[in-house]
Design a protein around this ligand. Structure first.
Ligand code: XMP
Length: 519
């Protein structure tokens, strides 16, 4: 299932770490874009019939015989092309220019001189000006292919920006997609609007309309089942699918007893009350708590919860007579195949919990209406569909729930203690107006007891750790620098109001080396 807006841009991925950001910037300019690994670019090109092509950066070198190449059919298409970094080098390499390697390169902030006019600079940069950009290259273009002219240069790259107006091919050595190139988003916007001539009218309202029609056609008279996790993605997917096919959709919410305070009630009332969507609410707390008895290894906890979740879901699906389709809230970052040059599998840090494996076991087809969207786009779509802001803007929450925030053995009592502390922490964050500035914040209940004094008495209770991070995609994260007064207010409230906790600490670890969750 894919949407096919008539105006789209194909981004050919040569394996850069920041290719996703190109797609983001193009979409922010109101134009639909998709990324395809260079090995699959021709098929994507035929399927999408794009109005322009952007070539990404790469850790590879065009001087290497095995370096990735631009498919010839794309070069011959006559469509506008923008090459970024490796994209520029590969254009020159394949069109008759020259690329040289090995004399230093430029990494980090650099300044370019604007030497000539260029459509990419429209309303932005003028001849004679100097502008900050972000460079990250070892090789560089040393001779231009025929028909190209240099329009900007830097100390380390004589051809920092080049243009071939007749062929509508433009290229730059720096990365316009990263925030360290302050005008980069505008350069990309000029490419899609002024070079490719696109109107920039791709909106969530349009996406909603196209998707609904597509879901109806794909599902036909079939029955769809959707596992709600309490998170934004599955909720948005469910509401969208319900709008398309009504009561052919049934949602199943498996409550493992490890949700945050009031979360299950919120999900049930939202779906049954507000949206009138058929919802099976399974309270499987006892089953999960029993199975977690004596389990303290993080991976064992994750595996048990993932497997049991699927078992319960499968049982419930059977009870309602099965389904032809399984709906999932899969997002674009999970779909994009990143290009590996080493060919090796990446290391498993944690086994993430999802409903993988179910479709084959139950002989169901997948409906994944959010496959083309980034997280913030899903939030926009949620708002467009009328989901309340407080729900749509929620911090991410992991499938295994509070179990991975209770190092050591998990039981009902510890989950209750943590729920209370977590709710106080989040309430204070909201009251301070900080909720949206933080990617994720939560409390962790440590299996450590310390001595304290309250009133005239000695206490011997648990330690609670607070975590808050900023991040763009959860892959890396920085700690949120609360002021001391805020932290001491939260600590005091938790110790006073939550029986079982007598000490609060703040986690100062970024990711890497830490992960966001504690397990
Ligand atoms: P880590 O702890 O790996 O977390 O730095 C990165 C992001 O992923 C979330 N997370 C999960 N989400 N199922 C999920 O749906 C999981 O099993 C899972 N484990 C971690 C985590 O909350 C953070 O946002």
């Amino acid at each position: 299932m894919t949407v096919q807006p008539s105006d789209s841009i194909l981004i050919v991925d040569f394996g850069s770490q920041v290719t996703q950001l190109i797609a983001r910037r193009v979409r922010e300019a109101g134009v639909y874009s998709e990324i395809a690994p260079f090995t699959m670019a021709e098929a994507a090109f035929t399927r999408m019939a794009p109005k322009g092509i952007i070539l990404s950066g790469s850790p590879a070198s065009v001087l290497d015989d095995n370096g990735p190449r631009i498919p010839q059919s794309i070069l011959d298409s006559g469509l506008p092309i923008l090459g970024i970094c490796y994209g520029q080098q590969s254009l020159m390499h394949q069109l008759g220019g020259e690329v040289t390697g090995g004399d230093g390169g430029e990494f980090g902030r650099a300044f370019i001189d604007i030497n000539d006019t260029c459509v990419l600079f429209d309303g932005l940069w003028s001849v004679g000006e100097k502008h900050q950009v972000w460079m990250s290259h070892g090789d560089k273009v040393t001779k231009l292919a025929e028909g190209f002219r240099p329009v900007a240069s830097s100390a380390g790259a004589p051809f920092a920006v080049i243009a071939n107006d007749e062929k509508r091919i433009y290229a730059m050595q720096f990365h316009p997609e990263v925030v360290h190139t302050p005008d980069g988003a505008k350069l990309l916007k000029n490419f899609v609007r002024h070079v490719c001539g696109l109107k920039g009218d791709w909106t969530m309202a349009e996406f909603r309309k196209t998707k609904i029609a597509e879901i109806r056609e794909f599902v036909g008279e079939g029955r769809v089942i959707c596992g709600l996790s309490g998170g934004v993605d599955s909720a948005v997917a469910a509401v969208l699918i319900h709008e398309a096919i009504g009561d052919q959709l049934t949602c199943v919410y498996v409550d493992h007893g490890l949700m945050r305070l009031g979360e299950s009630e919120q999900v049930v009332s939202l779906f049954r009350g507000h949206f009138n969507i058929p919802l099976v609410h399974v309270d499987a707390t006892t089953l999960f708590m029993k199975g977690l008895e004596g389990v303290s290894d993080p991976e064992a906890k994750r595996k048990f919860i993932g497997k049991t979740f699927i078992d319960v879901f499968e049982d419930e699906a059977r009870k309602i007579g099965g389904a032809d389709f399984l709906a999932q809230g899969t997002l674009y970052p999970d779909v994009i195949e990143s290009v590996s040059f080493t060919g090796g599998p990446s290391v498993t840090i944690k086994s993430h919990h999802n409903v993988g494996g179910l479709p084959e076991r139950m002989n169901m087809k997948l409906v994944e209406p959010l496959r083309e969207l980034f997280k913030d786009e899903v939030r926009d779509l949620g708002r467009e569909l009328g989901l309340p802001d407080i729900f749509v803007g929620r911090h991410p929450f992991p499938g295994p729930g509070l179990a991975i925030r209770i190092p050591g053995e998990v039981n009902r009592e510890r989950a209750d203690v943590l729920r209370k502390a977590d709710a106080i922490y989040l309430e204070e964050i909201r009251n301070a107006g900080l909720y949206d500035a933080i990617w994720q914040a939560f409390a962790v209940l440590l299996p450590v007891k310390t001595v304290g004094v309250m009133g005239d008495g000695r206490t011997y209770d648990n330690v609670c750790a607070l975590r808050a991070v900023t991040s763009t995609d959860g892959m890396t994260a920085d700690i949120y620098p609360f002021d001391a007064a805020f932290l001491s207010r939260v600590a005091t409230r938790i110790i006073n109001e939550v029986k079982g906790i007598n000490r609060v600490v703040y986690d100062y670890t970024s990711k890497p080396p830490g992960t966001i969750e504690w397990e």
